[in-house]
Write a protein that binds this ligand. Structure first.
Ligand SMILES: Nc1ncnc2c1ncn2[C@@H]1O[C@H](COP(=O)(O)OP(=O)(O)OP(=O)(O)O)[C@@H](O)[C@H]1O
Ligand SMILES: [Mg+2]
Length: 219
C-alpha cells in the first residue's frame, strides 16, 4: 500500500533526520515503529500522512508517486489514512462526540447517518460516559482514546498512531493495543510508533527501528 525507497528528509538547512529509509506498509500488516527520542518517528509518520515532503527518494502510496499529487489528490489520499497524533489535536470547543464525528461532518455527511456509529465507537474505546464533555476536562488517557476514535471513524485503510499509549498506565496501554489488534483483524494496516519496549514485547509484530536516521527492520 505504501513504499519508501531511499527516502531522506531534512528540516530546512538542518542535518538529514531520515537517511536512505526503505520499507513498506503491506496490506493487512501490523508493525511497530520504534527508536530513541528524536530518532525521527514522528517525522516518518508526517511523511506517511503527506504533511511533509521527502527531500530525496521516492514514496509511493496506493500506486501513486506522492511527489506528483496536487492538493485535491493529497486530500483524497489522506481520507484513506487515519492518524493519532502524539499531541492528540482535539478541538477544545467541540465535545468528545463532535470531535470524533468531525471527519465525517467535513465530508458533508448528515448527522443521522453517522450518529449511531460515533456512539458505538466511543463505547468501544470506553468513552461512552464522556461523549458530551469538552476535551479540557478529559484525562490524558481519555484524550488519547478520543483521538483514536476520531482516527478510526472514517474506516481508514491505514492507521498511523504516534505514541498512542504515551499517557496511560500499562494496563490501559495493553487494552489500547488490543484495540489496534482488533482493528488490524478487520483488515486495516496498522503502524504504531512507540518506545515502550515492554509493551511491544507482548505483541508479535514486525519492528521498524530508527536509529541515527536509518531504519532497520526486525521480523
Ligand atoms: N519542525 C522541525 N524543524 C526542525 N527540526 C525538527 C522539526 N521537527 C523535528 N525536528 C528534529 O528532527 C529530529 C526527529 O524528530 P522527531 O520528532 O521525528 O523524533 P521522534 O522519534 O518522534 O522523537 P520522540 O520519541 O521524542 O517523539 C529531532 O532531532 C528533531 O529535533
Ligand atoms: Mg515523536
Amino acid at each position: 500500500m505504501v513504499r519508501f525507497e531511499n527516502v531522506g528528509l531534512r528540516y530546512g538547512m538542518g542535518p538529514e533526520v531520515l537517511r536512505d529509509v526503505t520499507f513498506g506498509i503491506p496490506q493487512h500488516s501490523f508493525q511497530f515503529l520504534t527508536g530513541p527520542s528524536g530518532a525521527g518517528k514522528t517525522t516518518l509518520l508526517r511523511l506517511l500522512f503527506l504533511s511533509l515532503k521527502p527531500t530525496r527518494g521516492l514514496i509511493t502510496m496506493f500506486d501513486r508517486d506522492v511527489a506528483s499529487l496536487g492538493p485535491d489528490q493529497v486530500a483524497a489520499l489522506r481520507r484513506r489514512i487515519g492518524i493519532v497524533f502524539q499531541d492528540f489535536r482535539l478541538l477544545d470547543h467541540l465535545t468528545t462526540y463532535e470531535n470524533v464525528a468531525l471527519p465525517l461532518r467535513v465530508q458533508g455527511m448528515e448527522e443521522a447517518s453517522y450518529a449511531a456509529e460515533v456512539r458505538e465507537l466511543l463505547g468501544w474505546v470506553g468513552l461512552g460516559e464522556h461523549m458530551h464533555v469538552l476535551p479540557p476536562v478529559l484525562s490524558g488517557g481519555e484524550k488519547q482514546r478520543a483521538a483514536i476514535a476520531r482516527a478510526l471513524i472514517s474506516r481508514p485503510e491505514i492507521l498511523l498512531a504516534d505514541e498512542p499509549t504515551g499517557n496511560v498506565d500499562p494496563r490501559l496501554a495493553r487494552r489500547l493495543l488490543r484495540l489496534f489488534v482488533e482493528l488490524h483483524k478487520t483488515g486495516t494496516s496498522v503502524l504504531i510508533a512507540t518506545h515502550d519496549i515492554a509493551l511491544m514485547d507482548q505483541f508479535d509484530a514486525r519492528r521498524l527501528v530508527l536509529q541515527d536516521g536509518r531504519l532497520r527492520i526486525y521480523e
